[in-house]
Every structure is written in structure tokens, then in C-alpha cells.
Design a protein around this ligand. Structure first.
Ligand code: SF4
Length: 479
């Protein structure tokens, strides 16, 4: 086993598609100027929210399921090295090969070498956040290997030379007219009379993908879960494309973040109830594929599992922040977040958008490298309420803000004012004198007045309340 999980203090930070070109505020401002994007997002998130709420409401034990999911994840994080060693042992015993990748570059190199060793130059892909995180498509293309996304939304994003903007619905920012235009421009062999009817668009993608499935010998997938007890990998998806990728090729390479391991087979009972209801609003996931190593004469005859750290060891070392590793990528927190609903996913820069992105990406890269993301939230708490594994995202956001402030430690007008206020309140006589001397009512006492410079920024969007005529001390002294 690699040593990286044993050395959290010196673990490498995450590299790959975890940082944006711009801080969140600037990127969000650009996104807010796109009315079409806001309409698409509002429609999509409202629809998914309502669907999910309906099926969640059907389960009388939903809160107990959430508790169970949370407890299982906490147990997993507390025993991660042992569980990963057990998983490795079981996968190898079933005929698979396990590789350990400390960061994105190492993982990309491993996958590239494995594909090259097969002698093929094209891979089909199951939708996978881990491979997006490490920038695998870019790395394969640079090595002369063609990656073909087979999830419909991922295919739209790939053909559009675009970036995903939602964990579950990567092309949520596109409407069907835009998708038709992308297909006509980029899809090989597409019918020029293509309309923007959803069924027609899906049919065009199906024809293109079917042919690709049949002539491609190598597949790359992610994994939703990996069972340490049995060495079984699981992928859940809703189009059947994943099933094709996981069964038709000769070689299957799975890239999985180390946090996806679960201790036992029976634990899937909890997660396979939580995930579809919280994510797509379905009672049961349409396609759940599971495989254990290699089965002679059935499915891929070569199976490689790449276990990816890429900053996760460092996250694990933080007792508050490690909750972010509990995420099962359902995207419920995105769909309820008022900030995400208005800005969309691209504003977050990282492949992980929305509330989970705001807590996961800064930890994977180091807070200073994604410093604006912990502030991309109103702390309303809707994400915590929606999360099927009860990740306390607001608490992690506050924790990361604190880390960012501590790391910066540059005096600002606010920090100077707060330090002065703390000192004054710590010294009763000084405090009484300050109250008498302030006579603030003459300066700021009427509603609608702002503070004088350099504090005027604070009152740009709010009034300073008028101080009472009599202080508590005066009132007390009068009695
Ligand atoms: S943080 Fe919770 S709600 Fe958000 S994607 Fe992860 S599991 Fe789902």
C-alpha cells in the first residue's frame, strides 16, 4: 500500500481541475449577466427539487437513513487506511490490479500507460467526477488517445468544448436549441435534418454512441462505491451507457477517490436508498452495475483500479473539514442553494461546484488556492438540511473562513476596528469614557446616515441604528 494516507501532514495537495481562472466574485458577476443561464438553472433546479422532495417524503425513516449514512461515512473515515488495504487485497484476489496515485499527475500517467499497453488509441468513458478532477481527458488527448464521453450530458459538454456546470446534470446550462446546434456542428454522421425535440436529440446520441461502444476495447470509469469486504465496485447511472462501458470492452480502468470505499456489502442498502432519492428524485436507481475483479468469459478480462488521493489525505487530517469526504455526489446541495441557482457551476472554477465544491475544492487544493470559495455562501443552511449524509456544510464553510483569515493575518480596517473595540470593552473605564465621548447620535444617529471614511464601506448597504438616548450605565447610576 502507498504511504500517502499515513502521512497527512506532508500529503500532496490536489492538482488538476480544482481551481478556476478567476476568484468566485468576478466569475459570478459574469455568470449573473447571462439571463439564459439563469432561466435554465432556475427551471432545472426547481424541477429536480420538487421531484426529490416528493420521493423523500414517501420514506418515514428518511432521517434515520440519513443518520445511518452519516455514521457509516464517519466510521469509514476513521478506518480509511485499513479499509483500503482490505479493498486492495480483495480486488487483487479477484483478478484485478490496484494502483495508488498520490495526485492527479500520477493518476493520469498510470491510466495513459495502461491504455498504451493495450495498443488502442480510444477509450469510452462512464461519467466520473474523479477523472474530471484530474483532467484525464486532457492528459489522454495530449498522449494521442481519444476519450469519448458516453453519458449524454457529458457528451454534450465534450462536443461543445465546454465545461460541466453541475455534478449530476453537467449540461444544465444548455437548452435544447443549443444542444441541437452542438450536435449538428460536432457529432460525426449526424442527420442534417436534426430537430431540437428531446427524443430526436437522444436518438442521434444513441446512434453515435452505439457504434462507438461496439468498436472500442478500453473503458474508463469512476466508482460510486467500493466494498472493502468483497472488493466489489459499484457504478450508478440512469442511461445504460455505463452498463455498456463496464461490460463490452476488453479492458476496464476505474479511477476512484479513496473516500468512496465502504466497509461492507450491507452498507450499500443505506446508500442505494439515499442516493437516487436525493439526487435524481427516483425511488430506485435505473442502472446499478457491480463487478468484482475479473470473471472469465464474462465482461472485461483486464481490470485496473486506480486509487486516487490528490489532497484527500490532507482533508482527512482536518477533524472539521473531513466531513466533506463523506459526500456521495448526489448534488442535492446544489439544487437547494440560492447562490448556485443564480450563478451556476462555472463560477466556482473547480469541477466541484455549489456548496460541496465550496468546502471540498479549497481543502483539496489548500484554502489559500481557492480562498474565495468558502465565502460563496449565505450560510442559510439549506445544503445541510438537504444532504442525505448530513454533512454540516455551513460549519465547514465557517471553519475554512477562519483558516483563511488566520492564514492572511493582514490588518484590514475591519480587523483594526474589531481589535480596538475588543480592547475598549476589556477596560471598563475606557469603555465608559468611549460611550460618553462618542456622542455618536450627532454623527450617525439618524437612520439613513452612514459612517464616515474609512468605515463608510460598511454602511453602503445598511443603516447604522441610532444609539439610545441613555446608556445602561447612566440608567444604572441613576438608580
Ligand atoms: S454534500 Fe451532501 S448534498 Fe451535496 S452532493 Fe455531497 S452528499 Fe449530496
Amino acid at each position: 500500500m502507498s504511504t500517502f494516507l499515513g502521512m497527512p501532514a506532508t500529503a500532496p495537495r490536489g492538482v488538476g481541475n480544482l481551481r478556476g481562472d478567476q476568484p468566485f466574485p468576478e466569475a459570478a458577476r459574469t455568470a449573473l449577466g447571462n439571463a439564459q443561464l439563469r432561466r435554465n438553472l432556475a427551471h432545472a433546479t426547481t424541477t429536480i427539487r420538487a421531484k426529490s422532495a416528493r420521493v423523500v417524503g414517501e420514506l418515514p425513516d428518511w432521517q434515520r437513513l440519513r443518520d445511518a449514512g452519516s455514521a457509516l461515512k464517519a466510521y469509514t473515515m476513521a478506518h480509511l487506511p485499513e479499509l483500503l488495504e482490505q479493498l486492495e487485497e480483495r480486488v487483487v484476489a479477484a483478478g484485478g490490479v490496484v494502483h495508488w496515485a498520490a495526485d492527479a499527475n500520477e493518476a493520469n500517467q498510470i491510466v495513459t500507460d495502461l491504455v498504451r499497453a493495450t495498443g488502442h488509441d480510444r477509450v469510452i468513458k462512464v461519467k466520473s467526477m474523479a477523472t474530471q478532477e484530474i483532467g484525464l481527458n486532457e492528459a489522454l488527448e495530449a498522449a494521442g488517445i481519444e476519450p469519448v464521453e458516453t453519458d449524454l450530458a457529458e457528451l454534450i459538454v465534450q462536443l461543445g468544448h465546454d465545461k460541466p456546470s453541475h455534478i449530476l446534470v453537467p449540461a444544465i446550462h444548455r437548452n435544447r436549441a443549443e444542444i441541437r446546434e452542438i450536435f449538428l456542428r460536432e457529432m460525426p454522421g449526424v442527420d442534417p435534418a436534426l430537430t431540437d425535440e428531446p427524443a430526436v436529440l437522444a436518438g442521434a446520441a444513441r446512434r453515435y454512441l452505439r457504434e462507438t461502444f461496439l468498436r472500442t476495447k478500453v473503458a474508463v470509469s469512476g466508482a460510486n462505491f467500493a466494498v472493502a469486504e468483497t472488493g466489489t465496485l459499484a457504478v450508478v447511472e440512469s442511461e445504460g451507457n455505463g452498463r455498456m462501458c463496464l461490460t463490452l470492452p476488453e479492458t476496464l480502468i476505474t479511477v476512484m477517490g479513496v473516500e468512496k470505499v465502504v466497509p461492507a456489502w450491507r452498507d450499500l442498502e443505506v446508500f442505494l436508498q439515499l442516493l437516487p432519492r436525493a439526487s435524481t428524485g427516483e425511488r430506485m436507481n435505473p442502472y446499478t452495475s457491480m463487478w468484482t475483479g475479473v470473471t472469465p468469459g464474462d465482461g472485461p478480462q483486464n481490470f485496473h483500479l486506480v486509487l486516487l488521493d490528490n489532497g484527500r489525505s490532507a482533508v482527512l487530517a482536518d477533524e472539521v473539514g473531513r466531513q466533506a469526504l463523506h459526500c456521495i455526489r448526489c448534488s442535492a446541495c446544489l439544487n437547494v442553494c440560492p447562490v448556485y441557482e443564480r450563478t451556476g457551476g462555472h463560477a466556482y472554477g473547480s469541477v466541484y461546484p455549489g456548496p460541496i465544491g465550496a468546502v471540498l475544492s479549497p481543502q483539496l487544493t489548500g484554502v489559500e488556492d481557492n480562498a474565495s470559495l468558502p465565502y460563496a455562501s449565505t450560510l442559510c443552511g439549506a445544503c445541510f438540511d438537504a444532504c442525505p449524509v448530513k454533512i454540516d456544510i455551513p460549519a465547514i464553510l465557517v471553519h475554512l473562513r477562519e483558516q483563511h483569515v488566520e492564514a492572511g493575518k493582514r490588518p484590514t480596517p475591519e480587523s483594526i476596528a474589531m481589535a480596538a473595540a475588543a480592547y475598549t470593552m476589556d477596560h471598563p473605564r475606557l469603555y465608559a469614557a468611549a460611550q460618553r465621548a462618542a456622542k455618536l447620535s450627532r454623527i450617525v444617529g439618524r437612520r439613513g446616515r452612514g459612517l464616515p471614511p474609512p468605515l463608510n464601506g460598511w454602511t453602503t448597504g445598511r443603516d447604522v441604528p441610532a444609539p439610545p438616548k441613555q446608556t445602561f450605565r447612566d440608567w444604572w447610576a441613576g438608580r
